[in-house]
Structures are given as C-alpha cells and as structure tokens.
Design a protein around this ligand. Sequence first.
Ligand code: SF4
Length: 277
Amino acid sequence: MKVIVAEHFGICFGVRDAIAQAHALAREGSLTILGELVHNPIVREQLRAQGVQEQLSADAANGRVMITAHGTSDKQREALNKRGLEVADGTCPLVRYAHDQLKRLVRAGYFPVVIGLADHVEVRGLVGDFVDACVINEIADIRKLPPRRRYGIVSQTTQPIERVRALAAEIARAHPNAKIRFADTVCKPTKDRQLALKKLIAAVEVIVVVGGRLSNNTRQLVETCRAAGKRPLHIERPEELQPEWFRGVAIVGLTGGTSTLPETVEAVRQRLEGFHD
Ligand code: SF4
C-alpha cells in the first residue's frame, strides 16, 4: 500500500502561534483558556498536563485568561477587561480580518450576514457585536433573512470557499432587488488544504483525515471526500487506525485539519505504512 500525503495539510500558523502562546503563558503562571484552545484533544491534553485550565464561560475565571484563536466579540473583550482579568489574546489575524470586514460592511450600511455554523465559537464571536446579524449555513436558512436593501456577507474562516460562494449567490437570487457585498474571509490555510485534498482525491482509493471531531475545517475535509465519492476515514489519533479498513486498498491519501500537529500526521503515516510490513 502506498501512502500519499496532501501537498498542504495539518496545523496552520494561527493555531501553531496560539498553542505556542498558551505554553509560554503557562510557564509563567496560572492560565485559564476561555473554551477549547483548538479542537484537538491531543493539544488539550498537553496543555492540561502543564496545569492550564479550560472554562467555557469567563464568569468563574480569575487571574489570567486567554482568548482562543477563534476570537471573540468586542463586547466580550470589554466584559473581560471590566472584570479586571489579565487578558491574553490568541485570536488568529485571519479571524480578526473577518471581524474587520464585517464591521466595515455594517459601517457602510449593510445588514450583517455570516455564512457558517451558528453554534461555532468563531461565528458566535463574529456576530456577538451585531444583535440582528443573521447566520446562514444552508439554503433553507436564507428564509430567515429579514428584508433589507443591503446585505453584507462574510463567512466563517474554515468554510470551503465554493460552498460560501454558492450560498452568497443564493442570497443574491432570493433578494434580487437588494445590494449585496461579499467579503471573502475564508482563510488561505483552509483554501490550501481543501485544494490539496481535491488533487489527492483523484489519485487515491481512500483518504485518512486526521483531526478533532469538533474541528470544523477537519469536518469540511471529510465532507469534501464524501462529496467526491471517496471514502474518508476520520481519526483523531494514530492508534484508532485498524488494518482491516485497508484490505484490498493499494493507495491511501492522508491529510489533516488546521489544528492537527505534524507529529500526529507523521505517526499516522508510519502506522499506515507499518500495516504492510
Ligand atoms: S484555520 Fe485559518 S483562521 Fe483559523 S487559526 Fe488557522 S489560519 Fe487562522
């Protein structure tokens, strides 16, 4: 069995920097992360071993807290500062860019629309400063849009760009008299990994996707495989791989989401190759 690794895979600079920041802060003293730093159980275990705590709500947090790479609303940032907490900000610059684009559109008089998952932490942060903002994840959601003359659309950074563009086009179709402005806020690492996966899909029989089960961009990689009719095997850790999954398979593709550590992907590659010793 041959293993082909995607041209772009695994950890992105935003996640890598946030992890490094959290480890550095933990070495200096106590640290509470507001939510999951990244949706990767291995990284979270490593941080817990260093004494780092995670809390979903800042209500009970004390001392030093860290905002994750997914970012948060200005409202939430102000609330943290008001409580006198020492705030370390791990927001990825490309998530900040999405916030800036949405603010710019709202300032220009456009109704805020975010394409993505309403319950995802990044999206909650994006809409957190705009009480009337609308989140669209599928065509049926477009019905929720209140009638407006202008819609300003951004998206969650980890959505596949084709899906985002298709939904933006549907919004325009459903509101032919409205003025639509679309800002592409899908991050480059997500685009690179999606594109590399599409190239890989053509060359392999099954694809192993390594990443957290709650990681949106990992789930989107899995969806891309399914949509192309290629069998995805989604795992978080190398030990989950079972040799019987690959019986009769000659070529396996391998990729990982933007929160997957390079050493995890490497361990998966080695385990896959070991099945045929
Ligand atoms: S996936 Fe994109 S937006 Fe999210 S942390 Fe990585 S680079 Fe930043």
